[in-house]
Design a protein around this ligand. Sequence first.
Ligand code: MN
Length: 227
Amino acid sequence: MTFFVFPPPAPTVLPVSGGGLFPVRRVFCVGRNYADHVREMGNDPDREPPVFFTKPADAISTRPNIPFPSATRNLHYEGELVVAIGKEGAEISTGEALQHVFGYSVGCDLTRRDLQAAAKKGGQPWDMGKAFDFSGPVGVLHPAKEIGHPATGALTLSVNGETKQQGDIAQMIWSIPEVIASLSTYVRLAPGDLIFSGTPAGVGPVVKGDRIEIHVDGVATHVFTLV
Ligand code: MN
């Protein structure tokens, strides 16, 4: 008889506006997708294409209270548009890419900037800077059949009511269809996959007790507090 040696974990889920739960499979993130953020991190947006990295599915959390992570003295927020994949595919063309999108939300790519900087300097993986527990707070998912496929819209992030990031998703170096097409040359995208699409300029540190609000016009708002 085959049996689990311990109970398998419950899937990570996102609530869907209008009803239902979206089971999260994998989490892909785009680095360096807004030119002004590429510059603030000391890179050249004209010569360096966006890079992909990942977070584990269980880093995603819709909780209003997010535990402040261990092992960092410089936790940064990155407000981002999050794309939810609803249909599998590999080698997807830009023309067909949006057919693979279930919907959209907003999220925060929480980053241990000190660990990421040390990893970059040493030519080492970013994982412990990016892929830790609760590193991906995300809001309610809004189906494309409800909100369409937004290509423009203000993206703002505030900390304790003070605006820190003010961009527009139209400023992405790689558009959402281009991100999906590129990513699908590396992996077969599947229903449940999330894509964090990158952050505009204005990233910075947060501390325990800070309240972070992320908004993309026409998509969603999400608020969480670091505890
Ligand atoms: Mn990011």
